[in-house]
Design a binder for this molecule. Structure first.
Ligand SMILES: C[S@@+](CC[C@H](N)C(=O)[O-])C[C@H]1O[C@@H](n2cnc3c(N)ncnc32)[C@H](O)[C@@H]1O
Length: 322
């Protein structure tokens, strides 16, 4: 039996083939290279960076924003324009991340706009073609409000490009997954209601701070307004959350690779939102939709069935949300 080709070798062969046809337009060349690589690997993108880049090439067009690029700005096609948004200026970010900068050879992105990514106050409604938030939403205290603002600033059919850590594969693994009820409460009553609990989880489970030092650590988090991982998801629980919200957006695709998952949504203002459902008299989100095997699990199966070849568009993206 033939010896299986290594990932590195497959990538190299695809790259050589891609380079061998320089006469083709850039986009066609990149797509051909991607297909060759996926065919050789008999699967989808093999690592998180490749997955992000593939999705960016496939879905990002026009001009948009990236929130919290920090040291890993999303690579995009040359004709795509990105403005960088962060809650702090470059100098403040260098102060906040002084430790990481001293340990790693980080090149920080200088934000073009300093704004709270949870509210995007400096951006008008329907003003950008895409919003990228790579590993930012788990730092948001009120993800429901944040998602609403992401969708607000997007033009109709604009792309919401999200990647988040998947708790199954990260240091958050021992933390309880955030429930939809918790997120609804943070949204309705304000994130202060669970801020202390979030900080406590971080200090206890992630930092393993001894009990007697806990009050001091929590006071420091409070005083500095530390933005660690407030919420914890894995792909399925995140999809359950999205479907529970009934956002005015269609799910385009979702993947999990390495330590993260990626979800691409397309704004669809015509879609019936949760508010509209409630106004129609719907009492609550049916429990079975949040259960394993419910709507979220069915949606995940549907996304997977779209196949990796081209990471397919949904055949009828509204079908499963009805
Ligand atoms: C973990 S880093 C993500 C870095 C990189 N994008 C990645 O994929 O690893 C989180 C980034 O989000 C930014 N951030 C967190 N909360 C924010 C907020 N409310 N508004 C704007 N930026 C925020 C942080 O300053 C930081 O740049």
């Amino acid at each position: 039996m033939a010896k299986p080709i290594s990932r590195a070798r497959a990538r190299h062969v695809a790259w050589r083939l891609k380079r061998a046809v320089p006469a083709l337009p850039g986009r066609v060349r990149r797509r051909t290279g991607r297909r060759l690589r996926d065919r050789l690997l008999r699967g989808g993108p093999s690592d998180w960076r490749t997955l992000r880049d593939d999705l960016a090439q496939r879905y990002l067009r026009g001009e948009g924003i990236e929130i919290g690029a920090l040291n890993i700005p999303q690579r995009v096609s040359p004709d795509v324009r990105v403005r960088y948004v962060d809650h702090a200026s470059g100098d403040e970010l260098r102060r906040i991340y002084a430790y990481e900068l001293s340990q790693h050879n980080w090149d920080l992105v200088e934000p073009d706009v300093v704004d709270d990514g949870e509210r995007l106050t400096k951006f008008a409604d329907d003003s950008v073609d895409f919003v990228i938030a790579n590993h930012m939403l788990e730092h948001a205290e009120d993800p429901i409000e944040t998602l609403n603002h992401f969708l607000r600033v997007l033009r109709p059919s604009g792309i919401l490009f999200l990647t988040l850590p998947d708790a199954r594969e990260t240091f958050d693994g021992r933390r309880a997954r955030t429930t939809v009820e918790h997120l609804l409460r943070d949204h309705r009553e304000g994130p202060e209601v669970s801020r202390r609990e979030h900080y406590e989880q971080w200090a206890r489970i992630i930092e393993c701070v001894p009990e007697e030092q806990l009050p001091e650590r929590l006071a420091r988090f409070q005083a500095e307004g530390t933005r660690n991982h407030f919420h914890v998801w894995e792909l399925e629980t995140f999809l359950a959350f999205l479907f529970a919200l009934r956002l005015p957006a269609d799910l385009v695709t979702a993947h999990q690779v390495d330590h993260e998952f990626a979800v691409i949504l397309r704004k669809n203002p015509g879609k019936r939102t949760w508010r509209a459902w409630r106004d129609l008299g719907a009492e609550a989100i049916p429990d079975e939709d949040l259960e394993p095997g419910g709507l979220a699990a069915r949606e995940k199966a549907r996304v997977e069935a779209m196949g990796r070849d081209g990471a397919g568009e949904a055949r009828d993206p509204t079908e499963a949300a009805r």
